[in-house]
Design a protein around this ligand. Structure first.
Ligand SMILES: [Zn+2]
Length: 422
């Protein structure tokens, strides 16, 4: 604003010195007018230009950044069926390169255009429920203009509905919402949500994972184990259990995290079976997430497991860039404490019937464990590179015992969480 006014004033001053008196008087009046109502005059005449649309993130979290040559006053609201975020930008003209607005991660579609003669609208469609962490406008530090930053995170349907209800209560922003989309506060007391577990059978589809000495594929072992664990946990009727995949399909690591968040999981367990170049090494390991690996071997395990995303053609930028750092920052302390507590409970339970490696609770930078609000562990059930472990992993009786141990650990953990009201 200030730069533009200064330029206008300079222009008027320049005209003054070269024009005859009448023209100078008119110029003087115009200059006065410009000084009296600079905002109204300039704003009405010149819409804000929005350009350089950027989106970064993955299936559980996306950040959108839009550059603007003036300060925007965005208004936004959510819509459901499908889940969408609508951002209206009054007095703004969009100059977005369609190639930049390609959907990615949590975002399944980006639509934008003129709302009327002066205002524009951007509609972001999401893969399932999400929460708006922020719609912020900041002045650029190193260049003129402003940027609008929008942060979306995958969340539960319940949280999405609550945000919708909130939006209506506080802003009454329902005019644009089709009738069928409207939600009202029921006022009824809600039943407590059952303890929800998401079991993640590692790998799948083109990503077979590790391969055993006699050809057993990790993706097959993990799916069998996960299905059996789900069945076991559902027997008691106390738990709601979901699998991230229930067949031989490929699933990116961030998609697995998204599933856990959108089900509002109280616990996420990723099931794996490792391989190592020393055939004598065997036994199970339980991992929690950390940006510093507990030891070199754990760092190597995390690197191997994280390779899965490269099969999805994720660029190095996505894998290593700041989004991962943001995710890491968001692995909140409390969630992390619960992850560690469950890992210890699980190690105890497994030691009843299983061979464990030395220091069986380890930590490293596993991408699949980065849900900020879901306690998460990754279990390597054993080594497919060890003939004995491979035989056991394929053995139904052994699996039943191991499944029983994991289920017992979950019951202990869930009992403590429910008991404490958390
Ligand atoms: Zn694996």
């Amino acid at each position: 604003m200030r730069a533009r006014d200064a330029k206008a004033a300079a222009g008027a001053g320049g005209a003054w010195t070269t024009q005859p008196f009448a023209a100078r008087a008119v110029a003087f009046l115009l200059a006065l007018l410009a000084l009296a109502g600079p905002l109204a005059a300039a704003e009405a005449a010149k819409p804000i230009k929005a350009y350089d649309y950027k989106m970064a993130g993955d299936a559980s979290r996306v950040r959108l950044v839009l550059q603007l040559d003036g300060e925007p006053q965005p208004r936004w609201f959510q819509l459901r069926a499908p889940h969408r975020l609508v951002i209206d930008l009054p007095g703004t003209r969009l100059a977005i390169d369609p190639a930049e607005a390609t959907p990615r991660g949590l975002v399944s579609g980006v639509h934008y255009g003129k709302l009327d003669d002066s205002d524009s609208r951007i509609v972001i469609a999401s893969k399932g429920p999400f929460l708006v962490e922020g719609v912020d406008v900041q002045a650029n530090e190193a260049s003129p203009g402003y940027r609008m930053i929008v942060d979306l995170v995958a969340s539960t349907e319940k949280a999405f509905q609550a945000a919708l209800a909130d939006q209506m209560a506080t802003t009454g922003s329902t005019q644009s919402t089709p009738k069928g989309d409207r939600v009202v506060h029921s006022g009824a007391a809600e039943a407590p949500k059952p303890f929800t577990i998401v079991i993640d059978p590692g790998h799948g589809g083109i990503d077979s994972g590790a391969e055993g000495v006699s050809g057993t594929l990790e993706k097959t072992v993990t799916l069998s184990f996960a299905r059996e664990l789900k069945a076991r946990l559902e027997q008691g009727g106390r738990f709601v259990v979901h699998l991230t995949r229930d067949n031989d399909v490929f699933l990116r690591l961030d998609e697995r995290v998204r599933v856990a968040r959108q089900y509002g999981a109280n616990l996420f367990i990723s099931i794996h079976a490792d391989t190592i170049r020393y055939p004598a090494i065997r036994g199970a390991t339980v991992y929690t997430v950390s940006d510093q690996a507990s030891d070199a071997e754990s760092a190597a395990v995390a690197a191997r497991e994280n390779l899965s995303d490269e099969l999805a053609g994720m660029s190095i930028e996505d894998a290593n860039h700041e989004v991962s750092d943001i995710l890491m920052d968001l692995v909140r302390r409390e969630t992390h404490t619960f992850s560690i507590r469950f890992a210890r409970t699980l190690v105890d339970a497994l030691s009843n019937s299983m061979e464990l490696i030395k220091n069986p609770h380890r930590h490293a930078g596993f991408r699949v464990l980065k849900a900020p609000d879901v306690p998460s562990v990754l279990v390597e059930l054993g080594y497919l590179s060890n003939a004995q472990d491979e035989t056991l992993l394929k053995d139904e009786a052994w699996r039943a015992k191991a499944v029983g141990d994991v289920a017992a650990a979950i019951e202990t953990f869930a009992g403590a969480r429910l008991g404490s009201g958390k």
